[in-house]
Design a protein around this ligand. Structure first.
Ligand code: NAD
Length: 426
């Protein structure tokens, strides 16, 4: 559904009127396109504290850099934080519209509470700057120990592909080996997207195919026509299957005798009612699609060895699972359950299967699901975030593609919100 307010504020009278009335002025976001896949304007590299990182190379900045990368990994105390201010204060205004600020931090040192205080301070700093920076610009914090392991993450966050990801703290672990073709990063890999016939799932399938994956579009038999059409367009295949079927995992394994590299748990439903009015059937159907089937198929595909080493699982949570939402005790519980699954399974899946497990947690995304929300609630949902607008399915898809990237093996157990820094659950 079109965001008419966003279109209006993009016109001269719209800008004038909204400024005079003190109304939100969301900026149109610059997203990836084939003609213009990267920002022009380069990356301004800054340092606060004594950095131990090396090997960060990006195009040199122009006068209005598209992005600022501040290496604050060496900040160990309050004096070091003054260097964060000194580095960013003079340049923050010059960052181009839709540009990026990425702060690099270090893991909190349990043996040094001054370092931990200073590094945690970067989180509050990042989230606050994200709220005030405006003009479609985003601010994120990456905690890392090894810059080479963070390359795919930094490339994503410093690119137009992360347009709706802001105010996030992402932890990147140790480097893993990866052989990556930059043009087609998923070339030779097979990806399965549940609920892929429409909405966010269809965008995920398109984006993974763009990056070179052979895509399997799984959806309920009633959606087979759409699933088949999309799969044919992407040169992939469709699998008509209700993911809640007890043998769904076995049927996926059977359909993929050569194995699977990327498993995207996207299928999801809502059946909203306040708890006092919610029959057991509404509770169980949501828990079954959104959580139990995710657990069952994950277990089955890991056990069968269908998910190959170097594989990626990307599950779909929601800010409703983080902040809670009226009328969504079932949905909120199911999506919070996905977060629990990711946190617990990620280290074990990496150690035992060489597979990473992460989640995307969308905020307000413009789909059929949110188009059905009543007007005033929809408008509030769209505006109550730092970017002042809803995200697009492609924003979730780009985040999924980064997590699915062969070079993202050091990103594990993360829940990344794609919410424009929503005020809910912040
Ligand atoms: P959607 O309703 O447009 O699409 C969901 C797809 O899942 C449909 O194609 C549907 O047929 C399929 N599906 C449902 N039950 C299934 C089952 N049992 N087996 C196989 N496929 C099944 O929804 P969407 O807005 O694209 O949402 C996609 C995911 O993102 C969901 O998990 C949703 O909870 C989550 N999410 C969406 C938003 C948003 O703003 N749209 C926000 C947060 C989270």
């Amino acid at each position: 559904m079109a965001d008419r307010y966003l279109s209006f504020t993009g016109t001269a009278p719209g800008r004038f009127l909204t400024r005079r009335l003190g109304l939100p002025q969301p900026a149109p976001l610059r997203r990836w396109s084939r003609e213009s896949p990267e920002f022009e304007g380069g990356v301004l590299l800054l340092t606060a504290g004594k950095s131990e990182l090396s090997g960060l190379e990006f195009p040199a900045p122009s006068e209005a850099p598209a992005a600022v990368l501040l290496d604050a990994t060496g900040v160990r105390d309050v004096e070091g934080l003054a260097e964060v201010h000194a580095a960013l204060h003079p340049v923050v205004r010059s960052v181009a519209a839709s540009g990026r600020v990425v702060v690099l931090g270090a893991p909190l040192d349990p043996a040094d509470h001054h370092q931990a205080a200073a590094q945690q301070a970067l989180e509050g700093f990042t989230r606050s700057l994200g709220k005030e920076i405006g003009r479609g610009r985003t601010v994120n914090l990456v905690r890392l120990t090894d810059a080479s392991a963070a390359e795919s993450t930094l490339r994503f966050l410093l690119s137009p592909r992360s347009a709706y990801v802001s105010g996030q703290v992402i932890e990147v672990g140790r480097a893993q080996e990866a052989d990556v073709d930059r043009e087609h990063t998923l070339a030779g890999r097979t990806a399965l997207v549940t609920g892929g016939a429409r909405g966010i799932g269809a965008a995920v399938a398109e984006t993974l195919a763009r990056d070179g994956a052979r895509v399997v579009v799984l959806d309920v038999p009633a959606a087979s026509a759409d699933a088949e059409q999309l799969a044919a367009r992407l040169g992939g295949s469709a699998l008509a299957l209700d993911i809640t079927a007890p043998d769904a995992g076995a049927r996926i394994a059977e359909a993929l005798p050569d194995g699977l590299d990327v498993l995207v748990h996207n299928a999801g439903i809502t059946r909203d009612r306040r708890l006092a009015n919610m029959p057991a059937e509404r509770w169980s159907s949501v828990l079954d699609v959104n959580l139990a089937s995710v657990l069952r198929t994950t277990d089955a595909l890991l056990k069968a060895g269908t998910l190959r080493r170097g594989g990626r699982i990307v599950a779909t949570a929601s800010i409703a699972g983080i902040a809670g939402n009226t009328g969504q005790t079932n949905y909120g519980a199911s999506k919070a359950g996905v977060v629990g699954l990711v946190r617990s399974l990620a280290p074990r899946a990496a150690a035992e299967h060489g597979v990473t497990v992460n989640a995307v947690a969308p905020g307000f995304i413009e789909t059929k699901m949110t188009a059905a929300v009543p007007l005033f609630i929809r408008e509030a949902g769209r505006r109550m975030n730092s970017l002042g607008q809803g995200g697009l399915p492609v924003d979730v898809a780009e985040t999924t593609a980064w997590l699915a990237h062969p070079a993202s093996g050091a990103v594990n157990g993360q829940v990344v919100r794609v919410c424009g820094q929503s005020l809910l659950g912040a």
